[in-house]
Design a protein around this ligand. Sequence first.
Ligand code: 5AD
Ligand code: SF4
Length: 503
Amino acid sequence: MVNSMLQKGAPPMQRLEIPVISYHARTATFMAAQGFYPSPDGIYRDAAARSYATVLTGTPHPTAHARTWGCQMNEADSENLRGQLQQMGYADSASGEDADVILLNTCAVRGTAAEHALGEIGRLKQLKTERPDLLLGVCGCLTQMPETVEYLRRHAPHVDLIFGTNNLHDLPGLLQRAYRDEAQTIDIWAQAPETVEDLPARRGGGVKAWVNIIYGCDKFCTYCIVPTTRGRERSRRPGDVLAEVERLAGEGYREVTLLGQNVNSYGHDLGDYDFADLLRDVAQVPGIRWIRYTTSHPRDFTLKMVQTISDHSQVCEHFHLPVQCGSDKVLRWMNRGYSRAQYLELVGHVRRLLPHAAITTDIIVGFPRETEDDFQQTLELVREVGYDNAFTFQYSPRAGTPAARWEDPVPPGVKKDRLDRLNALQYATSRRKNEALVGSTQEVLIEGGSRKDPEVLTARTRGNRLVLVPRVLGAENHFGLARVTEAQTWTLHGELVRVEQGA
Ligand code: 5AD
Ligand code: SF4
């Protein structure tokens, strides 16, 4: 297994079950049919030099705003929406309240995320009444669920445009139809008929960039709506991923995060090329100093992958290994595909090869029919692994998933109590782990001013810990060294002892 990691050579071609198309080629054809061509500023304009957005809105300086709920995949999608809006000629409106176009990119993974987005849609009714020219669009995972579309159709006629995760690359045409048609424009594709390359992105992360490597999920965990909202797994071709990373490095990006619902199954549809091979090849791209990846599935996380991470200093030693539960019985009900022992074996490989790696996880409490004994096994596992951090959730039934149909005798109060007990344990562990770093010096990538205090900069360690440091002029977007002086449960405080010049 380890040997194949060392084999170099040209990545194989994708088995072309799902065709690959170019966003630029497709959009250029559509735009040309409307009489628009790209200008030197990258914006599609007509013969009178009016941008596509100006023609759509009838205003000289149109603006747009995209708001995001949910995971990094949604954040990356929103960057692609903003990139397309920019090419159409919309300027970015930070607040959104005065924007000509507002897009809400929604999340469906838990009821709370869905309710937040639906609440915001309701709140925007007032704005739409005040400004009937506002174009309000809703997209993302929620709209892939037929019941949401039905709800918006009946109860939110102020929403002009509803589209999904599989056709976000069609934004120029979707907006045209939404402006033109009197009725609500609804266009949802159940599956992605093709993988779209060269999507424009308006990125917001300084010298950090997201790079999608695999779309969709084939795991069908019984509680999870993602396979429905994101469709079947499809890997981008290694050459396309590497070309994007090289381009990003050339533009000055220094950290890339490889993205997918399950990055470890990357390449299952490609033949003899897997996630470890991709990490190895991305690590060869000059200029990319740090590589992260999210999110992982313990079932597909091979020893070869851990070994590759250990062998390449560019790959940050942070392992996000969502365990979900510590009981074998519940893991089976969840269809996770690993046992507690197999999970601990993976953690053992990580600890052996990278003893100082940060390990984080996701845990669901209150899965249907979870007993106190099952829950105790989760607590025991959390104690045994000693996670640096954990995202903990109370089980939320999602319509259309198998678990939502199962009998669930566990009262909500009991679930909440379990969540509180789990959180108490994890908070204490996170704090202890952070306290152990006081006095140490950590390699960090310095981000920008903190939200609360512009005189404080945020920085991230390789283990993805947040360190707050007093502002040093010109330090943003540079690597440096931070001495840790104080620890809290979620954050470290420290001071910059070195800021590298030239990123
Ligand atoms: N209820 C609660 N948590 C969920 N997650 C996914 N689906 C559900 C659900 N129905 C959690 C899992 C996953 C994380 C992204 O969200 O822990 O790893
Ligand atoms: Fe959902 Fe499971 Fe796929 Fe993760 S691996 S997105 S939890 S179905």
